[in-house]
Write a protein of this length. Structure first.
Length: 367
């Protein structure tokens, strides 16, 4: 079987890299659509840095700061209507996974006439505006992926759209935007990044390049476990998590995710559990499931974290997650049915049955 790795996004990293890379903004166009949420990009200084660069370059911009957590398909079309009215010719997204994913989808719908009920069919042309992404959390890796994860109310879950045209042109990684990130968000996003790298290794799309990148990401995140528990992280540790998150994005850009994400989407949709936390709640029991058939693969992951068994990993997750949410048997059976039909589950080399998913849910949530 032929294995493939592809990564067209240029990544700049380091303190004040947005300002240092100001000339790259000039290559994008004359007027930017800036996509962000209501508050965080303004508080952490990322929006100010981008506006300073655009102003000094003599470039115009239109600010769209209405992105909600877990953006819906409907909200994407609202953003696209705004973008069209402003006649923008490139996109800058600032924030965590929600603004970055929303920006990709808004860009797509702005450039192409796609009816809302056809958005997930993947029949896209090559028309797209160039994109710059500036992450302000260390979790999704969306700055280097061709995916946009959206809440689909009709299907009652989150679902991704994906295409090579959705790869950003440039990503800027500056950990200073995360200096004051709350402990809970820092933990949840770190678990999201960890989940990406672990799922990438346990994916049908895994290859020697993605394996190497994923293991490096896991090693870097695991070195921060104790600091994540205490909530006391240095700027360098913030950068380690940011870099590891981007590495995780590079992994899933090629491997896609697996059952953990499919299962976690129901926890987010029905219970408003943060996406990274949802993955973290499920990750340990998923490793136990895989270990029965593929122990050597799971051992690679554990070794990268300096651990000897899955129970040690679950204990660490418990320390980070605190008290776990509870589910009823009816909820578990419903969520397992939703996940069982997803493409992510079928991306597992050892495909879990609905009964397997029920067991993973039950052991994860009702300990």
């Amino acid at each position: 079987m032929i294995k493939r790795y592809y990564m067209p996004t240029q990544v700049l990293m380091g303190d004040d890299c947005v300002k240092s890379g100001s000339q790259l903004f000039l290559q994008m166009g004359k007027k930017a659509l800036i996509v962000t949420g209501k508050h965080s990009a303004k508080k952490n200084g990322a929006l100010d840095d981008v506006l300073e660069v655009l102003s000094s370059n003599g470039q115009e911009w239109a600010l769209y700061d209405r992105i909600m957590s877990n953006p819906t398909v409907e909200s994407i079309y609202e953003g696209a209507a705004f973008a069209k009215s402003e006649n923008v010719d490139f996109v800058v997204a600032i924030g965590g996974g929600s603004p970055m994913d929303a920006a990709k989808a808004i860009n797509l719908v702005t450039c192409q006439d796609i009816p809302m009920d056809k958005l997930y069919e993947g029949q896209y042309s090559d028309r797209i505006l160039p994109m710059i992404l500036v992450p302000t959390t260390a979790g999704t890796g969306s700055e280097v992926t061709p995916y946009a994860i959206l809440t689909n109310n009709r299907l009652q879950t989150k679902k991704s759209i994906g295409s090579p045209i959705l790869f950003p042109r440039i990503a800027f990684l500056d950990a200073k935007y995360m200096d004051n990130l709350p402990k809970e968000i820092t933990i949840n996003t770190a678990l999201d990044a960890l989940s990406h790298s672990i799922e990438g290794i346990l994916s049908l799309g895994a290859n020697p390049i993605t394996d190497s990148i994923a293991l490096e990401s896991i090693r870097r995140i695991s070195k921060c476990f104790e600091s994540l528990k205490s909530g006391q992280l240095t700027r360098m540790q913030r950068f380690e998590l940011l870099y590891a998150s981007t590495l995780g994005g590079m992994v899933i850009a090629n491997t896609k995710t697996t059952a953990v994400h499919s299962m976690g989407y129901s926890l987010t949709y029905f219970h408003d559990i943060d996406h990274g936390r949802a993955n973290g709640l499920l990750l340990g029991e998923f490793l136990k499931y895989i270990e029965k058939s593929w122990p050597e693969r799971v051992n690679e992951i554990l070794s990268a974290m300096g651990m000897s068994n899955v129970n040690e990993f679950i204990t660490m997750l418990d320390d980070l997650l605190g008290e776990r949410e509870k589910l009823t048997d009816e909820q578990i059976e419903n969520y397992a049915s939703i996940a069982a039909g997803s493409a992510n589950v079928k991306n597992c080399p050892i495909v879990p049955s609905r009964e397997d998913l029920i067991k993973i849910f039950r052991n994860s949530m009702n300990k």
